[in-house]
Design a binder for this molecule. Sequence first.
Ligand code: 7TS
Length: 416
Amino acid sequence: MSTLSVAQSPTALDVERLRGDFPILSQRVRNKPLVYLDNGATAQKPQSVIDALADYYATENANIHRGVHYLSQQATFAYERTRGRIRRFLNAADNSEIIFVRGTTEGINLVAQSFARPRLREGDEILISHMEHHSNIVPWQMVCAERGAQLRVIPVDEAGELILEEYEKLLTPRTRLVAITHASNVLGTINPVARIAALAHQQGVPVLVDGAQGIPHLPVDLRELGCDFYVFSGHKLFGPTGVGVLYGCRELLESMPPWQGGGSMIQKVSFEGTTYADLPNRFEAGTPHIAGAIGLEAAIDYLNEAGRERLAAYETELLDYATQALSQVKGLRLFGTAGEKVGVLSFAMEAAHPHDIGTVLDSEGIAIRAGHHCAQPLMQRYGVPAMARASLAFYNTREEIDALAAALCKVNEVFA
Ligand code: 7TS
């Protein structure tokens, strides 16, 4: 880890200036300055994203891929330009490998239904991990149940790291797919995705990565990760809700039947039969979230301009600071102490239930999440029904962490 403080480094992040780009952050909540620490649920949007949405509706709104008229051409151009921007952001090989979806959940369901379902036979296995979000559990369970296949689970150690020796044992000739999260939404653990993918590929097994919590914090280079599918949600990446991306390597996408049928995904339709469009349109039935895609492009431009490496370095330092601060709160147990983490701090307190912690914090203007975090098997792993979670973004500050720590001390007082 770098010993150079971001605050002293020549490439220091001007957090106050960045905060100014996010109008919601200057709000007061419960008569206190808003401290937004629920970025794992959804991230806030810079003004440029809000403007991109408004400008699109004000000046370009039309349906895409169908009109000969000017506005339709403009909207189509903007939507396809966005696809190219995302390809470069991910360092994918081809625009046709970028499929717009509603979000991570829909992207995983697409792969489950179109890739896994036709391939699964009785006795086959899909390999996931104990730290998956329900979105990367349930779609696989559904297709496994239908096809007589089994879900296998890579265990997680006490620190919240995958036990890779167990992973290697679980990879067998029966494995049809490995589906793993890039970073845990509860523990913050960054998984060694490149290694996991390399091991799977040695056995000829494809790998899907749930990037929902990875890409908001880490620069992603798909050629380095080497996975076959990568899925993420725009709204966690400082973009709009209702839009996300499924990256799939061309060879696999081409082998997959369409998932949803309708307009835009066809080449020719007659009552005798239908032929389908080429990639990527084959997987984009119906009118997509055009404005959302354009808003996501603005979010990506914003992140590129701010400098992804710089944002990540700042966040790592803030995470260290927050880990220190929370470890000094009496009776607080932190879950997830992996060596490589994104800015997620989940915890429980002896004094109060996570929902009560959340309520006291809310009265201080501090937004965190409390509950099972859509990761019930992981709650069971740690023997708790729920956790409280503070999840960071680059616009959070040390002062906000201090406010969190002070409010947690107040929880101790209130419930003493
Ligand atoms: N995968 C992971 C790892 C996630 O954290 C989430 C959402 C999803 C998938 C689903 O994303 P969606 O955009 O399709 O809903 N996680 C959270 C969370 O931690 N708090 O609220 C939502």
